[in-house]
Design a protein around this ligand. Structure first.
Ligand code: ADP
Length: 581
C-alpha cells in the first residue's frame, strides 16, 4: 500500500508560473471587483439618509452612480472569472498529466503492489477534487479573502472603536453557532450509524429468512426489527429536533449580534464619533462581510478534503520508477536473437530467490518451450528478458550484450511479448496492431497475415477500421489472441516471448491460433511458456523449470523416454493434449 506523505498545495505553485499573463489579467480584474465593495458601501451611506430626507434629486444621483459602479464591478467579475478559469484548469490538467507519466515509468514491483481500482480512484476522483480546490482557491477564496480585508479595512477607517466591538462580537457569535453545529453533526452521525445497523440487520434477516421460518422464529426476528426501527426513529427525531432548533437559535444569535452593533453604533453617533451617513455605510459594509465569510468557511472544508486527496496523489510520486538507461548504453544495432542466461539469480525479495542460478543458451532462430508447475519462475524469467526486473546475480545477454547495458526501448523493440491474457486497447483494429508505433497499413496487413488474422479482419464490415470495444468484448478469444500475435510481430522482433493461454479454445479457433503462431515464430528466436502438447512437440528444445531451477532439458520424445519430471507433468496433464491431439 502507498505510504502517506506530506504534501501541500504550496508545492503546486510552480505549475502556475507558465500562466502568469492570465493570472495578472485575472488579478487586476479581481482588484477592481473587490475595490467596488467599499465604494458601494459608501454610496449606501449617501443614499439611506437621502431617502430619509426625501431628497429625490440626490437619491437619483446616487442611484445612478451605484448603477455604474455595479456595472463596472460585474464586468470586472466576468474578467476575473474568465481569466482565472483557464490557469486553474490547466494546473489540474498538468497535475494529472505528470502523475500519469509517472505511473507509466513506475518500477514493475511498485506497480504490481498498487491496485488498479485504487489508482483509478486517485487519478479520477482525487484529481478532480484537487482540481476543484485549485479552481476555487484561485477564483473564489482569493477574492473572498480580499473582500473581507478591504471591506473590514473600510469599516475600521469609518470608525475603529465600533470595528473593535464588531471584532469581539463576531467571533462570539461564530463560536456559539459552531458549537450548535457540532451538536447537530454528532446527532447526524448517530442517526447515520443507526441506519447502517438497520441495514446490517436487514441483510442478515433476508439471508436467514428460510432458517427463521424453519425455527418458527418469526416473532423473535420481528421483535428485533421493531426495536431497531424504533431506535432509528428516535435517532432521526433527535437530529430533526436539533435542526429545527438550529435555524431559530442561529438566526437569533445573528440578529442579536447585529442589534448589538446597532446599539453600539447609536452610542458612537451620540458620542459624535460617527454621523448617520457613516453609520449607514458601516452597516452596509457589515452585511457585505457575510457572503465572503460563508464562502471562506465552505471553501476551507473543501480545502481540507482536497489536501487529503492531494496527499493521496502525491504518494504516487514516492513510488520508485524504472531505472533510467545507462549514459554509456550500447546501441543494439541489427539483432540476430541469441539469448544467454549466465548464473541468473533473482528474487522479488532478494532474500527469497525465485530464480536460483539459471544457465541457458538459446541460439538465434531456436524455439524453446518452458514448462513447469505454476510458481516455478517462468513468467519471472520473461520479466528479466524484457528488463522489467533485473537479476541480482549473473547476466542476461542478447547477442552477447548484457541487457543492463542496453536502452530499454531498443531492447523491447527487439524482444516482443505475446501475453497470456490477450489484452488489447480499445480503438480500431489497425490501431490495436500498431499500438502507438508508426506503421503503414501495408505493414499492419503483413503482421495480420503472419498472425493469421487477415482473414477475419477483412471479413469485418469496416476491415482494419473496425472498432474494438473496451477489453475487446466484441471479439472472440481466438481473434484477440491473433491480434496480440500480429501486434507482437509488427516491429519484426528477433525474439518472441510467448505466454501460451491456458484456457482451451474450441478446435477450430485453436487451429487458427496455432497456424498464426507457427507463421509468426518462423525465423525468430522463441521462448514459449507452453501448456499445449502441439507446442512442445514442435519446439527445438523443452526446458523444465522447477522452483527456479532447470531440472531437465531435451526433446519431447527423449524426455518422455527418460521418465523424469517432464513425463510426470504430462501425466498430471499440466501439458494439455490440445485440440488437435
Ligand atoms: P510461473 O510463471 O512459473 O507460474 P512466476 O514466475 O509467476 O511463476 O512466479 C514465481 C514465484 O515468484 C512465485 O512464487 C510467485 O509467487 C513469485 N512472484 C511472481 N511475481 C511476483 C511479484 N511481482 N512479486 C513478488 N513475488 C512474485
Amino acid at each position: 500500500m502507498l505510504q502517506p506523505s506530506t504534501a501541500g498545495f504550496r508545492r503546486l505553485l510552480p505549475l502556475l508560473l507558465p500562466h502568469r499573463r492570465a493570472l495578472l489579467a485575472g488579478g487586476l480584474s479581481m482588484l477592481v471587483f473587490v475595490a467596488c465593495w467599499p465604494l458601494l458601501a459608501w454610496l449606501a451611506g449617501q443614499l439611506i439618509p437621502a431617502i430619509g430626507a426625501g431628497d429625490l434629486p440626490r437619491v437619483l444621483r446616487v442611484v445612478g452612480l451605484a448603477l455604474m459602479v455595479f456595472m463596472v464591478q460585474k464586468l470586472a467579475q466576468f474578467g476575473q472569472d474568465s481569466f482565472l478559469a483557464e490557469p486553474a484548469l490547466l494546473v489540474s490538467q498538468d497535475l494529472r498529466r505528470q502523475l500519469f507519466a509517472r505511473l507509466q515509468r513506475l518500477e514493475f514491483g511498485a506497480l504490481e503492489k498498487l491496485s488498479a481500482g485504487d489508482l483509478t480512484y486517485r487519478l479520477t476522483e482525487d484529481a478532480d477534487r484537487v482540481g476543484e480546490v485549485i479552481y476555487k482557491t484561485i477564483q473564489d477564496t482569493t477574492p473572498s479573502a480580499l473582500q473581507l480585508v478591504v471591506v473590514f479595512g473600510y469599516m475600521v477607517w469609518l470608525d475603529w472603536p465600533l470595528s473593535l466591538a464588531t471584532l469581539v462580537l463576531a467571533p462570539l457569535v461564530a463560536v456559539l453557532v459552531s458549537l450548535f453545529g457540532a451538536r447537530v453533526m454528532r446527532a447526524a452521525e448517530r442517526s447515520q450509524k443507526q441506519v447502517s445497523e438497520l441495514a446490517g440487520l436487514l441483510g442478515e434477516a433476508i439471508g436467514g429468512l428460510p432458517l427463521v421460518r424453519a425455527f418458527a422464529a418469526e416473532p423473535w426476528l420481528q421483535q428485533r426489527f421493531d426495536n431497531e426501527i424504533d431506535l432509528h426513529r428516535r435517532a432521526r427525531y433527535r437530529t430533526q429536533r436539533l435542526l429545527a432548533l438550529q435555524y431559530p437559535v442561529v438566526g437569533f444569535l445573528e440578529a442579536a449580534g447585529i442589534l448589538a452593533v446597532l446599539l453600539i453604533g447609536a452610542a458612537r453617533i451620540q458620542a459624535g464619533g460617527l454621523n448617520a451617513q457613516g453609520f449607514s455605510s458601516y452597516v452596509t459594509a457589515l452585511l457585505m462581510l457575510i457572503d465572503p465569510i460563508s464562502h471562506l468557511t465552505t471553501n476551507f472544508n473543501e480545502f481540507q478534503q482536497g489536501q487529503a486527496s492531494l496527499r493521496r496523489l502525491r504518494q504516487i510520486e514516492h513510488e520508485p520508477v524504472e531505472a533510467p538507461d545507462r549514459v554509456d548504453a550500447e546501441p543494439l544495432g541489427q539483432v540476430a536473437g541469441q539469448l544467454e542466461l549466465r548464473g541468473v539469480r533473482f528474487g522479488y525479495d532478494p532474500d527469497q530467490p525465485v530464480l536460483r542460478g539459471l544457465d541457458l543458451t538459446v541460439d538465434a532462430g531456436q524455439v524453446v518451450a518452458l514448462v513447469g508447475p505454476s510458481g516455478a519462475g517462468k513468467s519471472t524469467l520473461f520479466s528479466l528478458l524484457l528488463r522489467f526486473n533485473t537479476a541480482q546475480h549473473g547476466q542476461v545477454l542478447l547477442d552477447g550484450h548484457d541487457l543492463a547495458a542496453l536502452r530499454a526501448r531498443e531492447l523491447r523493440r527487439a524482444v516482443a511479448l505475446v501475453p497470456q491474457q490477450s489484452s488489447v486497447f480499445s480503438g480500431t483494429v489497425a490501431e490495436a496492431i500498431a499500438f502507438g508505433r508508426s506503421a503503414s497499413l501495408e505493414q499492419i496487413r503483413e503482421a495480420a497475415r503472419l498472425a493469421n488474422a487477415d482473414g477475419f479482419i477483412e471479413a469485418l464490415p469496416e476491415g482494419y477500421d473496425s472498432r474494438i470495444e473496451e477489453r475487446g468484448s466484441n471479439f472472440s478469444g481466438g481473434q484477440l489472441q491473433r491480434l496480440a500475435i500480429a501486434r507482437a510481430v509488427l516491429g519484426n522482433p528477433a525474439v518472441l516471448l510467448l505466454d501460451e493461454a491456458t484456457s482451451a479454445l474450441d478446435a477450430e479457433a485453436e487451429a487458427a491460433v496455432q497456424r498464426g503462431l507457427q507463421q509468426a515464430m518462423a525465423g525468430r528466436t522463441v521462448l514459449v511458456i507452453a501448456h499445449r502438447l502441439a507446442t512442445v512437440q514442435t519446439a527445438d528444445r523443452i526446458v523444465v523449470l522447477e522452483a527456479g531451477q532447470i531440472v531437465e532439458q531435451g526433446s519431447h520424445s527423449t524426455l518422455m523416454a527418460s521418465g523424469g519430471r517432464y513425463r510426470e507433468l504430462c501425466e498430471r496433464q499440466l501439458i494439455q493434449l490440445g485440440a488437435d491431439a
